[in-house]
Design a binder for this molecule. Structure first.
Ligand code: AMP
Ligand code: MN
Ligand code: MN
Ligand code: MN
Length: 310
């Protein structure tokens, strides 16, 4: 019987159609609603052939997702969505196809999770000062994994009636300038590109339209990212409008960045676009997966699955 790696390698066209890729998804290991196994089951049901698990600042769900992928016939790309501070703002950089045992990458991710922990403590204190007690404990009760974040605070604030839904919790309490917001210095762009390279993966600017950068600042970001050795940009995102996708496609073209696509799935109850039906990438772009050869490029991942620690 084929493993899913062999299936993708030997059968690049499944059932006479192009493979479906979704390279941006969250599980309960960070701020997603589903465990890695339950997520992969849904991914299989949605007809997606290749997915990347990209939890915030952790790869801890990857092994469980790969095991579920073998069961459900989904090829799971090991990944993460890494928090970056750039010119006073926050960026998300996707790591795709990384060796999860790479020490440089794991030390970097551990540093970011330690900052998340410290930020969570400070957020609890700030919310208490604003008259809402018990937020740290509340957020911790919604966090199953090692990567605590604002989404877990939002879940607790909604459950205790301080906001009508998560969006309202962010708007009232968790965004910059609001009582529960604590600024945090994440990794630099250079550090993150270096960590991802060290782990043999590709770095991709996530959902570029979400940062609301001016055209000139977007250009500066792409120039800097290219100069550091960055690989790609998410052109099609479940969180983008059609207009946003077109803007990102133009940027990918201009800066010769490979194009990625992903739903940014978090929760089946959320209104999310594109899970299993993302619009196709424009034909003139080079997909980030164009030369993926799962057998030769994933030796470490493969060795790990075969029980070797090498
Ligand atoms: P953090 O990385 O802990 O600062 O949290 C950012 C995460 O919060 C994002 O990845 C989203 O999943 C979630 N988030 C951000 N803004 C909103 C919003 N307005 N409504 C719901 N979730 C949000
Ligand atoms: Mn998230
Ligand atoms: Mn993001
Ligand atoms: Mn995401």
């Amino acid at each position: 019987m084929y493993t899913t790696i062999e299936k993708v390698y030997h059968d690049p066209v499944a059932h006479g159609r192009a493979l479906k890729y979704d390279l941006h998804m969250h599980s309960s290991v960070s701020d997603g609603a589903l465990t890695p196994g339950a997520l992969v089951e849904r991914v299989a049901e949605a007809g997606i052939d290749v997915m990347a698990l990209t939890d915030h600042d952790t790869t801890d769900g990857v092994e469980a997702a790969i095991a579920a992928g073998d069961e459900w016939g989904v090829y799971v790309i090991p990944g993460a969505e890494i928090s970056v501070s750039w010119r006073g703002g926050l960026l998300h950089i996707l790591a795709l196809g990384v060796d999860i045992h790479d020490r440089t990458l794991q030390q970097g991710l551990a540093l970011l999770r330690a900052r998340r922990e410290a930020r969570a403590i400070a957020m609890g204190e700030r919310l208490a000062a604003a008259g809402i007690d018990g937020c740290l404990e509340g957020a911790q009760s919604y966090s199953d994994g090692p990567s605590i974040g604002r989404s877990h605070f939002a879940a607790d604030l909604v459950a205790r009636g301080f906001a009508k839904d998560k969006a309202a919790a962010f708007k009232k309490l968790l965004r910059p300038g609001k009582p529960g917001y604590v600024p945090c210095t994440w990794a630099s762009l250079e550090e993150v590109v270096t960590w991802i390279k060290s782990a043999g993966g590709r770095s991709v600017i996530a959902h570029p339209a979400r940062y609301r950068l001016t055209a000139s600042k977007m250009s500066r970001l792409c120039e800097e990212f290219k100069a550091l050795g960055g690989d790609g940009i998410e052109v099609v995102s479940g969180t983008h409008s059609a207009h946003d996708n077109a803007m990102a496609a133009g940027v990918a073209n201009r800066f010769e960045l490979m194009a990625s696509q992903g739903s940014d799935f978090h929760d089946p109850l959320q209104t999310w676009l594109g899970f299993g039906r993302l619009p196709a990438l424009p034909k003139e772009l080079t997909p980030v997966w164009h030369d993926w050869d799962p057998i030769s490029s994933d030796d470490a991942y493969r060795a790990d699955r075969l029980g070797s620690t090498g």
